[in-house]
Design a protein around this ligand. Sequence first.
Ligand code: FAD
Length: 307
Amino acid sequence: TYLSLSGSNGRKWYRPIKLQHLLDLKARFPDARFVVGNTEVGIEVRLKGIHYPVLISVAHVPELNYIRVEDDGLEIGAGVKLSQLVDVLKKVRNNRPEYETSSCRALIEQIKWFAGTQIRNVASVGGNICTASPISDLNPLWMATGAKFQIIDCKGNVRTCLAKDFFQGYRKVDLTSSEILLSVSLPWNKPFEFVKEFKQSHRRDDDIAIVNAGMRVCLEEKDKKWVVSDALIVYGGVAPLSFAASKTSDFLIGKSWNKELLQDSLKILEKEIVLKEDAPGGMVEFRKSLTFSFFFKFFLWVCHQMD
Ligand code: FAD
């Protein structure tokens, strides 16, 4: 029913072509690594010398490899490659009302600066999410956009987890050893809801982030003022995991979108994002200033959208 190869080093390689086969294999080998683009696993095996006795290629499982346009948003299979995702996001951007696709446009822009073409052609959405790197370029955006993850266990039970609750610690996610990531649901945006991506790296092309971010704010008109009805500000590269600045985000809610909000939220942000002198990654002052400048840029960008 599925291809299985054994290497001389005792390593086993499986290539299921149906979800049920994949679930059976996951039940048999709870600690097996999945492989799509191999851009994370390959580095662990070749450069870090980690031995994975069982590898399961999930690139040919149709239930993980689809993108569907639904009434309430996009449904993206975990095995979808980043280049495929961008193609669909661009079509959606061109065909739907502009306000609905703010998240799609932020993802398109962020993926533009994600690695290089070769990596984007093979790297998967699920591989990036489940690796849970603290400098993943996409996880802050999935969180900020309000995306939800569908998770399936070996028995076929499906549960949903908000992206913002999925990341629990350094490369630690809300998945048990009997579960896999099935898909991502990306909601359409509401009118006056704005999503923006940020990334600063040493080089513009093909480089990992020093700090990145995903930010979303939803405004509504009250007494002739534009008031924040919902917001989420998320940073990468400032903590062991993609970090939701919830105090700052909560502070924004109910406030008018004006200069005072900007000044007050920068003060809260300064307290909320704590980078110790010896924080891994160094460049502490620079990284701190990036968190402020991204928020400042976001503030101005939203003002510009409202003009
Ligand atoms: P794989 O290596 O195939 O798998 C990664 C992990 O995900 C494995 O542990 C596997 O078990 C798990 N997994 C995969 N699918 C599932 C699933 N459905 N359910 C549960 N677990 C699953 N990342 C960035 O964010 N920004 C960058 O700019 C960037 N640049 C890079 C440049 C280079 C040169 C390289 C090598 C990597 C770069 N990366 C970057 C990291 C990497 O490309 C991404 O994390 C990529 O999306 C991983 O996808 P993959 O399919 O290659 O994962």
